[in-house]
Each structure stands twice: as structure tokens, then as C-alpha cells.
Write a protein that binds this ligand. Structure first.
Ligand code: 5CA
Ligand code: ZN
Length: 409
């Protein structure tokens, strides 16, 4: 499917920095060395409700990854999926008595609008689960033929024991894995599985549910993890630089996906870094479609809020932190936007050379956006207090904030 239009990324003076980023698998910072083409896969939405600020915060983190790489003059191959068929989508369509395809299309369209408004750079390949099915079927057949998958009443399960490296993404113990599997789309209680954690690769057609021709697998629909693996391997191949998503995807989604890919290819690891964003909460609980405690990006936009303020509110929190959305967060962002805009609207100002380097250094250091904002705040304070004579500086600041942080002043 198509993605959304890219906002322009201004070129900056000087040199970009290589990205050091936290990798869940090793538990430490890794300095990525992607070569001329950096490869990143970021898990996309399940389009049964509008984009909320938690989603936006996660996509903001990976937008910063792209911007750091672009600043080093690399190309970025960014791939994102849309889980446009899955249980929660079908359940919501049924509850609201609407066609599941229409629901997915409507919410995906709204997501595109939100991403465009927030100046998130689009993926090069934006792929729906449904359109990926012809590529998924042969992968499941290969796993089955290699003895890494088995059938249970027509459904096909992946055997986690087929991957000697299973567990190396999330590093959890068996009890924690079992709990999270039950919470996040798995079925550890189902009788007859070889290992309770084994995830479904192909679900045999259920009455009243959509299904597709699965060749030797029979009619059905794909499991969740194999969807992302098929899309990532097709468009990026193994050993890509970053697998990204919110921290709730580390297990089981990214763990299972890595295992599928590693067994399919015999290579390890699937990604050089597994990068996870913290969870945004509202009223003390993780914002989630299932709980309904949501603030939607589109709702704020329709209330007339400048998307640049939403983006600044996201950037004010380190991507790995769990944080709470409050009205104060938004008020602070609006005040900051106002001050920055006034500061870059003057004909001259203090030199901005050091500031550009400070923003670069902050982002290269595990995407420390709050430190980048603090650096711009300092330049703004100097502008307010004593000004300066550099006629190029306000333009440099506004281009740096745009190119590196995605905020249009
Ligand atoms: N379609 C799958 C991924 S293949 C999925 O998880 N979709 S989602 O719509 O539920 O979430 C999309 C992205 O937003 C995921 O990376 C998820 O981790 C992230 N996300 C969801 N809720 C929050 C939240 N409250 N805070 C931060 N990120 C969140
Ligand atoms: Zn995914």
C-alpha cells in the first residue's frame, strides 16, 4: 500500500554522528555501523482505532533514528507494516457492525494523516498483512517441511525449541514468557501444543472469518509474528540494523519473529539492535486501545492544536522512559514552541554552530531528545537575553530543529 508524503529534510552544515542505541537483546548501548544504506523495520499499527499519543511517541523515536542516519548522508531503507487482519481488528469490526476491510482502511488513512501532520518520515515500503499473504505461505511451508512447525487441528504452530537462540531478544525467564504470551495474543493454555509458548503461524479458516488460499496449508490466515518476518525478509533481508517497536513488543512479538527468521535462514541475529520505546500512560495506566484510555492525535489536531506542539511534547521525554500524558505536558510544549518561534523570527542571533553539534551529539547518544531540547532552550535563552549579530543563526537553528527533530518552526 502507499505510505504518506515526506516532509523535506534540510541539509545541515558539518558532519552527522553515528548512532549509539540501546539494544534490548544485549541490554547495553551498541554503536551501529550500517554502511551506506541503513535498514530498519518498525512494527506498524493494527488499524482498528485512531492513532493515540502512545503510538505517536513510538513512531517519533524511530523517526529520530532515520533523521540521525540521514544526517550522516546515508540512505535509509525503512519498512513498516500494517496488521490489517488480526483478531482485535475483526472483533472491533464485529462489535461495531462494520466491514473489517472498511475499518482497516479508515484507520490506516487517519494514521497517514497523523504521521504527515507530525512530520514523521514515511517508510520506503508500507506493507499490509493481507498483501503479504502470498509471501507468508511459502515461509510457513518451509518451516513445516524443516520440522520447525507442526499442525494442531488444522492450525500450524511454530516450535520455539527449533531455534537454539530462542529467548535472546527479551532475555526473560519461562514464567515471565508464559504470562506475557497469554496477555499479548498467545494461547499458552491450548492443549496439544509441544511448548505452551509456541505461536501460531497459520490459522485454519474459522466460520464467519476472512480466509485466504494457503496452498498446502489449506485456507486460513497468517499469525502475527510471521507477518512481520515475511515483510522484513522480503524488503530488508537478514542482519538489518534495527528492529523497532514499543516495549510491549519485545516479547512475544520480536522474540518470536527473530526465531522464525533465524530458523528460516540459519543466520543469527535477525537484527543488529532490537530497540524498544517506553509506554505512554494516561491516568496512571498504559494508553491502550483495549482499555480505552486514549488521547488521539487526530482529536488534538481537530481541536486546532499545532502538530509541532504535539511533536515537542513527545520529544520532551526520553524514548525509553515510560511517561504520563497530562495537560501540563502539552502546556509546556506550547510554551516552548512559542519561545523557539519568537527566537528564530529575529533577523540575527547568537552563533548556532555549537548548537547544531549539541543536538547531533544528544541524538547520537541513544536518541536523547530531552538533551537536544535543552540545548535549543539554551540558545533561545541567550537570544532572549542578549541576542547576537549572526544573521545566519536563526535560519540554521530552524533548519536544524526541522532536520533533526522534525519540528517545523
Ligand atoms: N500491529 C502490531 C505490530 S506488528 C501492533 O502492535 N500494533 S499496535 O497498533 O498495537 O501498536 C503500534 C505500535 O505502537 C507498537 O510499536 C506498540 O508497541 C506501540 N504502542 C502501543 N501502545 C503504546 C503506548 N501506550 N505507548 C507507547 N507505544 C505504544
Ligand atoms: Zn510487528
Amino acid at each position: 500500500m502507499y505510505a504518506w508524503p515526506a516532509s523535506e529534510v534540510p541539509a545541515l552544515p558539518g558532519q552527522g554522528r553515528d548512532l549509539r542505541i540501546h539494544d534490548t537483546a544485549t541490554g547495553g548501548l551498541v554503536t551501529l555501523d550500517p554502511g551506506p544504506v541503513a535498514r530498519i523495520y518498525v512494527c506498524g499499527i493494527t488499524p482498528y482505532d485512531a492513532t493515540h499519543l502512545g503510538h505517536a511517541a513510538t513512531y517519533n523515536a524511530f523517526d529520530l533514528v532515520q533523521r540521525v542516519w540521514l544526517d550522516t548522508k546515508r540512505q535509509v531503507h525503512y519498512v513498516q507494516n500494517v496488521t490489517d487482519v488480526d483478531d482485535p481488528l475483526l472483533e472491533r469490526a464485529e462489535r461495531d457492525n462494520i466491514d473489517w476491510v472498511a475499518l482497516a482502511e479508515k484507520e490506516t488513512a487517519l494514521f497517514r494523516e497523523d504521521m504527515t501532520a507530525l512530520r514523521m518520515l514515511p517508510p520506503r515500503h508500507y506493507i499490509g498483512a493481507v498483501e503479504a499473504i502470498p509471501g507468508i505461505v511459502p515461509l510457513v511451508e518451509r518451516l513445516r517441511d524443516a520440522g520447525a512447525a507442526y499442525e494442531l487441528d488444522g492450525d500450524i504452530y511454530f516450535s520455539v525449541e527449533s531455534d537454539p537462540n530462542f529467548g535472546k531478544v527479551s532475555n526473560l525467564d519461562a514464567a515471565a514468557m508464559r504470562l506475557l504470551s497469554a496477555e499479548r495474543g498467545g494461547d499458552p493454555e491450548r492443549a496439544g501444543k509441544k511448548n505452551p509458548l509456541d505461536p501460531m503461524l497459520w490459522m485454519a479458516a474459522r466460520p464467519g472469518e476472512p480466509s485466504w488460499d494457503g496452498g498446502s496449508l489449506g485456507r486460513g490466515r497468517p499469525g502475527w509474528h510471521i507477518e512481520c518476518v515475511a515483510i522484513a525478509l522480503d524488503h530488508l533481508g537478514m542482519g538489518f540494523d534495527v528492529q523497532g517497536g514499543g516495549s510491549d513488543l519485545a516479547f512475544p512479538h520480536h522474540e518470536m519473529g527473530a526465531s522464525h527468521a533465524q530458523v528460516l535462514t540459519g543466520e543469527f541475529p535477525m537484527a543488529k539492535a532490537y530497540v524498544h520505546a517506553g509506554m505512554v500512560a494516561l491516568h496512571g495506566e498504559k494508553m491502550s486501545k483495549s482499555k480505552g484510555n486514549l488521547v488521539f492525535v487526530s482529536q488534538l489536531r481537530h481541536e486546532g492544536l499545532d502538530p509541532a506542539a504535539i511533536r515537542l511534547a513527545l520529544l520532551a521525554h526520553h524514548y525509553r522512559a515510560d511517561w504520563e500524558w497530562t495537560d501540563q505536558v502539552l502546556q509546556d510544549a506550547l510554551a516552548r514552541l512559542d519561545r523557539w518561534r519568537a527566537a528564530v523570527s529575529r533577523p540575527d542571533g547568537p552563533s548556532a554552530e555549537a548548537l547544531v553539534e549539541e543536538i547531533r551529539e544528544a541524538l547520537a547518544n541513544d536518541l536523547d531528545a530531552p538533551a537536544a531540547l535543552a540545548a535549543v532552550d539554551r540558545w533561545t535563552a541567550a537570544q532572549e537575553e542578549s541576542g547576537g549579530t549572526d544573521t545566519g543563526a536563526p535560519g540554521v537553528v530552524s533548519r536544524a530543529v526541522d532536520a533533526l527533530l522534525g519540528v517545523a518552526l
